[in-house]
Design a protein. Sequence first.
Length: 207
Amino acid sequence: MDLKSTDSDSKYARIDRFDDKTIKELEYHYKEILKLIGENPEREGLLKTPFRVAKSMLFLTQGYEMNPCEMLQSAVFTDEYREMIVVKDIVFYSMCEHHMIPFFGKAHVAYIPNGKLTGLSKIARVVNAYARRLQIQERMTTQIKDCIQNALDPLGVAVVVEAQHLCMQMRGVESPNSVTTTSDFTGAFKNNVTRNEFLNLIGHKFH
Ligand SMILES: [Zn+2]
């Protein structure tokens, strides 16, 4: 049993997608958006806003330029360890693809290796590579699971994602603080005993 926690991806090399042409085009369009919503893009507070939003958007969607499966495969090592490895409380920030408004929360990931292991920080990098694009929580959950399953070929993978959706909360569709949980399991985690062991380890209660 190995329970590790990670709350950051600090070793994660941040990719700047700040190529001038893309930023200029985004800047132009955000300026137009400001006009369309009734703002004056020439007022002092907004002068640099289109530029800032352009850079921010490229940062928040940098996952498109990442290949998490390739990254994982390049960081595999062999070991006989065959117990459940749990990485809990991986903080992520994503944006819903329907409203382009944030959803954010924590991902909990476990796998039972079958000879191939990877560094714990790499699991957090996989989560963030899929989070930093336009997403829906269900697909993100499955993508994380598939990536680890394909790269490590373990005896099983478990992914639970808990998130708050600002697009629901801000528009009053959902009460504040309401949390949406998604999960996906392969192999050994389809077994109730193993799955419950994982859920207990992450302190999860299905509502
Ligand atoms: Zn939404």
